[in-house]
Design a protein around this ligand. Structure first.
Ligand code: SF4
Ligand code: SF3
Length: 543
């Protein structure tokens, strides 16, 4: 076996990628990512055992978030960039160690490597399979994947200047705990829920960062056709990159389109003032394989999800920033004030043909908590009158597997007196269907990106209050969530920590759940997989 990774839904055979990632990650990238996670654990060990206050180590905090983010599925395939980050983290770790004396540190805090070969040799000993007990391994990895998602959201908030040091302190504590052999399976289950709690805080922090800077999302109709100008496509989740790109493209004759998870940027009031912010191009992340061909212009990835480009021509048009990276693609780095210079992308766009139109029409979204709560009277009335029988939270990720057609069919076949609440790129399975509305309330309410699943939780808690219920599970809300990468793991853990039960998770249950851990999730939280559309609808509707 040359590598092992089972962190995403598309993992080979549902059990683990062992030769090459289904995502395109090769053995070297996989191993370097393992080592990057390991050195962040080493830093956590130093911080926890040395009782170092997160307040005093801001650069370390930031680099830990970035390192975890780099290892998220489809974020970074660039061996050299990951190697550089490992070197940086070892250096930070060694600086940090000078503050600590008289404690025995773990190997993760002590190891040294000299070159790529020694990194790969070390990585082979510290990956996922280095934990032998499969239940402990399963719980440790579930916590680590949750932390990766949490780190991504916290990193976005940081880019907007918002921090919550309790989250950073928790990340250290939890990372260190994943190396602690004295913890029992019960301790690790408790830590999983704690991870979920901090996931709620991370999403709330990002929500506060986004809405304080860009305003509260509002109902918006987004054009999915094209204009006649050359253009740049921006993908991923980082709104600060989008803001800077929109500023720098003003008056250049270059339009900006969103792709995949960047679509919800259109819902924020602050971006509506840019007249070259043209619309959204294409569907969810995996459709980039054909959509980048017809887009014609350069593409900026601000985060995941990158699919290895099929041609040199396309690779030459891809730029990356932040935690994302791809070999051979230009990576834009910020200056010391966080400013990024996108001139190279804009100049390239000017020489490219305008995008080819692949569809026409509009998508309506912008139903984050503030907007939905503004409509609360209407929603509550519709529930009381029986016009709305049930809400279906269908947030999460999309993916390539054919089995995900389930979600399109599920949305189509749901009774007409139901409403879908969505967030994340899962929505592309049904957001272009004409599902109609109920007394003016659209049957698909899109709150935004995957992190805006937080909005769905806020909405549920508000409804619980309005209806005077004691338990969020008494609401007429069912959860049928699609997952793919580790941000969906933190969303799931966040919902569990809020007491939400009976979540259905698909299209397949995570390969990283051992049979015993899966059993705990089923027994304690009522987690279930998906069946056939017809059976599941009957089950959810209580028929
Ligand atoms: Fe496989 Fe997913 Fe890991 Fe990629 S991220 S190597 S597809 S499990
Ligand atoms: Fe999608 Fe990658 Fe997860 Fe932010 S863009 S939800 S998969």
């Amino acid at each position: 076996m040359s590598m092992f990774c089972f962190q995403c839904q598309e993992t080979a055979k549902g059990t683990g990628c062992e030769i090459k990632g289904v995502c395109g990650k090769n053995e070297v990238v996989a191993k370097l990512q393992d080592l990057l996670v390991y050195v962040t654990k080493g830093i956590a060990d130093v911080v926890v055992k040395g009782e170092i206050d997160a307040k005093s180590i801001s650069e370390v905090n930031h680099q830990v978030l970035k390192s975890l983010f780099i290892t998220i599925t489809n974020a970074n395939f660039d061996e050299d960039a990951i190697e550089k980050q490992i070197v940086k983290m070892i250096d930070l770790r060694n600086q940090l160690k000078k503050q600590v004396s008289g404690v025995k540190l773990s190997d993760a805090a002590e190891f040294e490597v000299t070159d790529r070969a020694s990194m790969l040799e070390k990585a082979a000993k510290v990956g996922v399979l280095s934990t032998e007990n499969e239940d402990v391994r399963s719980l440790r990895e579930m916590i680590i994947y949750g932390l990766k998602g949490m780190a991504a959201y916290t990193h976005h908030a940081l880019n907007i200047g918002k921090e919550n040091l309790d989250i950073n302190a928790f990340i250290y504590k939890a990372l260190a705990a994943t190396m602690d052999d004295s913890l029992t399976a019960d301790d690790l289950v408790a830590l999983t829920l704690k991870t979920g709690e901090h996931g709620v805080s991370a999403m709330a922090l990002l929500d506060e960062a986004n809405t304080s800077k860009y305003g509260n999302p509002e109902i918006t109709s987004v054009n999915i056709g094209v204009r006649k100008n050359p253009a740049i496509l921006i993908s991923g989740h980082d709104l600060t990159d989008l803001e800077q790109l929109l500023e720098q493209t003003q008056g250049t004759g270059v339009d900006v389109y969103t792709h995949s998870e960047m679509l919800p940027a259109h819902y924020y009031p602050a971006f509506k003032k840019y007249d070259n912010f043209a619309g959204n191009y294409g569907g969810s992340w995996w459709q980039q394989i054909t959509e980048f061909e017809t887009f014609n212009g350069p593409i900026l990835f601000t985060t995941n999800c990158i699919v290895p480009p099929r041609s040199e021509e396309i690779r030459g048009r891809i730029f990356t920033s932040g935690a994302s990276g791809y070999p051979g693609c230009s990576h834009i780095v910020p200056d010391e004030n966080g400013k990024k210079d996108f001139t190279a992308i804009i100049e390239m766009a000017k020489k490219c043909k305008p995008p080819v139109e692949i569809e026409t029409g509009n998508i309506v979204g912008g139903f984050a908590h503030n907007q939905v709560i503004a409509l609360a009277d209407k929603v509550v009335e519709a529930v009381k009158s029986g016009a709305i029988k049930k809400f279906f939270v269908m947030a999460g990720c999309d993916g390539r597997m054919k089995s995900r057609e389930y979600y399109t069919s599920f949305a189509e076949k749901l009774p007409k007196d139901t409403v879908i609440l969505t967030a994340g790129c899962a929505k592309y399975r049904y957001n272009k269907l004409n599902l109609g509305d109920i007394g003016g309330i659209p049957r698909v309410l899109d709150a935004g990106q995957c992190n805006d699943s937080y909005s769905l939780a806020v909405i549920a808690l508000k409804l619980k209050e309005v209806f005077g219920l004691d338990d969020v599970n008494e609401l007429p809300i069912a959860y049928n969530i699609a997952w793919y990468e580790q941000k969906a793991v933190i969303v799931l853990l966040a919902l569990l920590s809020l007491g939400v039960k009976n979540i259905h998770l698909g299209p397949t249950l995570p390969g990283f759940l051992s049979p015993n851990v899966a059993k705990v999730l089923v027994e304690k939280f009522g987690i279930a997989g998906v069946g056939t559309v017809e059976d599941d609808i009957k089950l959810f509707m209580g028929e």
